[in-house]
Every structure is written in structure tokens, then in C-alpha cells.
Design a protein around this ligand. Sequence first.
Ligand code: ASP
Ligand code: MG
Length: 453
Amino acid sequence: MSGPAVFKFGGTSLGDGERTGRVARIVAGAGSPPVVVVSAPAGMTEALVALATGRSQDDGASLVDAARRIAAEVGGEDLADLIERMVAERVVAFRSSGGAGSSPAARDALLSLGEDVSTAIVHHALVDAGVDAARVDARNLIRTDDRFGAGEPDPAAIRRAAEERLLPMAAEGRVAVVQGFVGATSDGRTTTLGRGGSDLTATLLGAALESSAVHIWTDVDGILTGDPRWVARPLSLDVVGFEEAVELAWFGAKVLHAGAAKHAVAHRLPVRIRSTFAPERPGTLVLAERWGGPDIAAVACKRSVALIQVRSRPTAIEYGFLAGVFGTLAEHRTPVDLVATSHTSTAFTIDEGAEIGALAEALDHVAEVDVRRGLSTVTVVGRGLLREPGFAARVFQTVAFTPVHLISQATDSSLSFLVDDEEAEALVRRLHLVLIEGRAGRDASAHGARGAG
Ligand code: ASP
Ligand code: MG
């Protein structure tokens, strides 16, 4: 028997009273009571990060206003007053612990406010809609280590807590409402899982409960084949394999957090991406199994990437070179996207936001380092791409007139090009046109995709 489904709602589903009402109706209409995981209201975590890092001089007033407005729309003045007090108290506590200069632990205590607010609001909306719901603090479920800002979850402890606290509720038909993104150390200090971490909360709980499925409710109708702002006719995918979903999550389709996708793969947990605005549609099903022949899923793009080129010093011992480079990256906990290597040099890409200066300095001991910023990766994602006859020719013809800094392909499910930021949009549009729209025109149904919107 499988455990209760997990429904995760993103911030855009909680932006106002009307949207929160949709969430309540979706939960009320679910066949059996799900576990509900919620993100902060849209924009709130961003505002809290600005406050926490001293980027915003705001005294917290605009945060209070935004949270108050949603709360008032959902539950009237009483709920609005409650939320206002919650926000004000937390901001004051952060200030008195040292403000922008305070510890990472104090920062996480502030950042968790967004999800504390949204669970209070969603809980109210659910009870209003006649749902038997109760809040369960994520601090009592999502145990992490003390890496504040990027807590490493402890799956065994999470499983014990979820079994103890969530299963009895499900058996009684009660809906548990849990903060996404938030966790706690074994001694009860609040941690967070990193930006976008609510999806990870959902898959962590899904795996712990052996859920039938995790539903990620968002504002788009599943995973699209291309960014709708860029491509002429994006399609919505019915089914996508996990491997492709992980690639897509990593290389730009923001609908599913990459860590969450990986966790779901490891536990063979089916994930469905659905729209709160079109709950009758099935959205995209992300499946552990990859079935069928080669198929192109999507053209993704990741902006603001830096290329690091590292050439070994003539004196360096050749066989220790790559180990030295990647060991340094691991020490700096810097995730690498693309890699290409030759005998004496290696090039790789990392987020422009990473601490590139410190990294370059550390690498300087083993090699000469060149850094180039302002780049984007454009990635074609699909199952068994390179086995498809003619695929490489069509792709390279399309890329022919775009200057490329690096090409990378490690599995058979993605092929990436590193280009200047200014070139990315046009390249995505052309690749999408040639590889997806051109094909969909010929045979839409055979590729498990349908027109979006
Ligand atoms: N509210 C958090 C963030 O914006 C977590 C999430 O939305 O998934 O990063
Ligand atoms: Mg998200």
C-alpha cells in the first residue's frame, strides 16, 4: 500500500485570496487527503533575502503590507492582524540578533518566515473550505545538518518523523499543512534547504511516506518544450523521463528543483507537474522509466553562467591535474554544469553568482586560470538524442552561425552549447523551431506533446 499523496503549492499559487481559494478547492476535491506542502507567497523569500543580506533598507514595512493584504483577502482582519504580528516579531528578532551582520542561523530563522506565513494562510483557507486540516511544523519533520542556508536532509530521521506524525493523520482523513523549504537541526535550530527547496521538501516527504505520487502545483501547465517568452509555439509535455527532468531542471526549465528531481529518481517516486489554473488538465508526468525510442523533449537555457578555463602548469604532475581541479571545486562546494577536458587543460561552467574570485585563487596553485562571464548554456534535452539519425546534423546546422565557447554531452539525454548571453534567445528559438515545432507539425501525437495554453 502506498502512503498519502503530497501536494506542493508554489508561491504564485498563493499570491492573493482568489488563488489561495483555488488551492483550497483543489485540496478539498482530492480523492483522499493529501499532505500539503507550501512555498512562501511569491516574492516574499526574495524580500527576506534582501533584508537578511542588508541589500534592502526597508524596516520590514513592505513585507508586513504584502503579507497582510493576502491574509486579509483570505481570512479578514483577524487573520491579517495575526500575520502582521508574526512578521513584525520575526523582523524585530532578526534585528536584535545583529541584523544583516548576524549569523547564518539567524538568517535562516528569518528566511523561514515566508513559509510560516503561507502555511498559516493556507491552513485558514482549508478550514474555511470545510477541510479537516492541521499544521505540522516542518521543523519537526525535516531534520537537516547545521549547514544553514543549504541544510543537508537526513532521510532516515525524516522518515521516522513522517511515519510518526503524518501517517496517523492520513489514517484519520486529516490534511497536514507543512512549510516547504524549512527544516531544523537535531537540537531544534531552524535551517533552510536552499532556494527553491520546497519541491525538495515535497519529494523528501513523498519518499518517506512512500506516497502514491507527488503533485507539484504551479502556474504553468506542466513542463514546456521551450520558454514561452522566447519560442513561438511551446508544447506541453505529457510524459518526461526522470533523467530528462533532472537535465531540464538543471539547465533552465524552472518548474522542478533539480535536487527534488534527483531525490524522486532515487526513490522511483512519480511526480506530476500541474497548474492550479487548469486543475482539470493532467499536466506533465515525470516517470522513472524511460520508454520508447529517441525523443527530443525540450530546448532549455540557463543564463548568467561563467566559463572557467584551467591550463595545467608545465610543472604540474599530469595525472593529478583533474583531481586537483575538481577537488578544489568540491572544497568550495561549487556545483559544475558543463565540463570539457583535454590532456593539459580543462574548461567548465559554474553559476556567475558563485564565489568565482576565491575559486580562481585556489585553482591558481595548480594551473593558469581564465574566467569569462556573461554566458548562457543552451541545452537540447531528450531521450537517446544522439542515436537519432540526422539529429546531430540538424542541431549543428542550426548552431552553425552562433559563436560557441564550449560543447558538452555526457549522457545520451542532453547536448549543451555555451554561448554569449546575447545569442541565447535566438539560438533557443531556432533550435526549438527546427527540432520541435518542425517535428510536431509532422506528427504531434507520436511525441507525447500537446499545444500549451
Ligand atoms: N520560498 C523558497 C524560495 O523562494 C522556497 C521555494 O519557493 O521553493 O526559495
Ligand atoms: Mg519553485
